[in-house]
Design a protein around this ligand. Structure first.
Ligand SMILES: [Zn+2]
Length: 331
């Protein structure tokens, strides 16, 4: 049995108060690697917290080779604030430039704002000693669970494959450069570690099936790394949005969108995935999948829909090219 220890970082804020970040350290008997996993950098991305709980349960039931460091709530200020970022105002859009956007502030700074101090403490106390870094996020309920590899690190791409999630993506690359250099995954990779981002499907509340899916994938990754006994499974069909996907647009008109499928669901060519209701006549129009595949994104297909719910409802307006769905094609 591995040994299990609960501890916490105490981070001093500009007003000298202390913020506690609880974490768990599971030590196995072998000299295997150190694997770091954290959730909830963003305050409404809660499912990963439960994923960490399930992962700890699985690891404690087996023989661990190496060390697991798990931080269920990396950003307690944002979780208590109940928005993506600490001090984010209602209706304020998700952005990369907010001063408390934690995932643009790594490796943090001990002298600057509250969020930068949290990042600094996590980075220097826990991330630096780790070989692998997994950052758990959640995107909108309209998008399927995805493993995002750091595309310039072949090992990261393998981590994404062994996560067994239906969709993978090579993350945040623009013409060979990293778009967001100060994301935890990018900073850790530049420091010689191997990193993976996992996006669960669904923000604002815990989606237990998603936590089960992702924790199962993390256990599989630990097997592949030799940290847990047993053979790692290989994913049978993993799709990449940027390579395999087909966008489905609404015809010109004013429609209320009724979605009939969920992200991750399999569809045949010709399956009705949504119905459009004409705002005047209430006449219905069926939207069919053009291909055999898996639904990647359906319904609210504008980015950050659940961050600003007041601005995103499933209505198309005149002259608008509204994407109803993205289907990843199974060949
Ligand atoms: Zn996030």
């Amino acid at each position: 049995m591995p040994t299990f220890r609960r501890d916490s970082l105490k981070v001093e804020m500009p007003d000298r108060s202390l913020v506690k970040i609880p974490y768990f350290r599971v030590e196995g008997d072998g000299a295997g690697p150190t694997f770091y996993v954290q959730a909830a950098q963003h305050g409404i991305e809660l499912t990963g917290i439960y994923t960490v709980r399930l992962l700890l349960n699985s690891v404690m039931a087996e023989r661990l080779n190496g060390t697991l460091i798990a931080v269920p709530i990396a950003n307690p200020l944002a979780v208590r604030w109940r928005r993506h970022f600490y001090k984010m105002e209602p209706g304020e859009p998700y952005s990369s430039s907010h001063p408390h956007q934690m995932n643009r502030l790594w490796p943090g700074n001990p002298e600057r704002n509250e969020t930068e101090r949290l990042a600094y403490s996590l980075y220097t106390s826990l991330v630096e000693q780790s070989d692998y870094v997994v950052d758990l996020h959640c995107w909108e309920q309209w998008v399927g669970a995805t493993a995002i590899a750091m595309g310039w690190d072949p090992l990261s791409i393998e981590l994404a494959e062994y996560s067994l999630l239906p969709f993978t993506e090579l993350g945040f690359l623009d013409k060979g450069f990293i778009v967001h250099k100060d994301m935890l995954s990018a900073v850790a990779t530049e420091a010689g570690k191997h990193a993976l981002i996992i996006e669960h499907s669904g923000q604002r509340w815990v989606v237990p099936e998603q936590a089960k899916l992702v924790s199962k994938g993390l256990v599989n990754i630990l097997r592949w790394l030799g940290m847990l006994p047993g053979e790692a499974a290989r994913s049978e069909a993993q799709l990449m949005r940027s390579r395999d996907s087909v966008e489905v647009y609404a015809p010109e008109g004013e429609w209320i969108i009724i979605t009939l499928k969920r992200p991750g669901e399999a569809v045949e060519k010709g399956d009705v995935i949504a119905r459009l209701l004409d705002m005047e006549s209430l006449e219905e129009k069926a939207v069919e999948s053009p291909v055999h595949g898996l639904v990647y994104w359906i319904g609210s297909t504008r980015p950050n829909a659940d961050t600003r719910p007041s601005e995103e409802v499933q209505v198309t307006s005149k002259g608008e090219k509204y994407r109803v769905a993205t289907i990843c094609e199974l060949k």
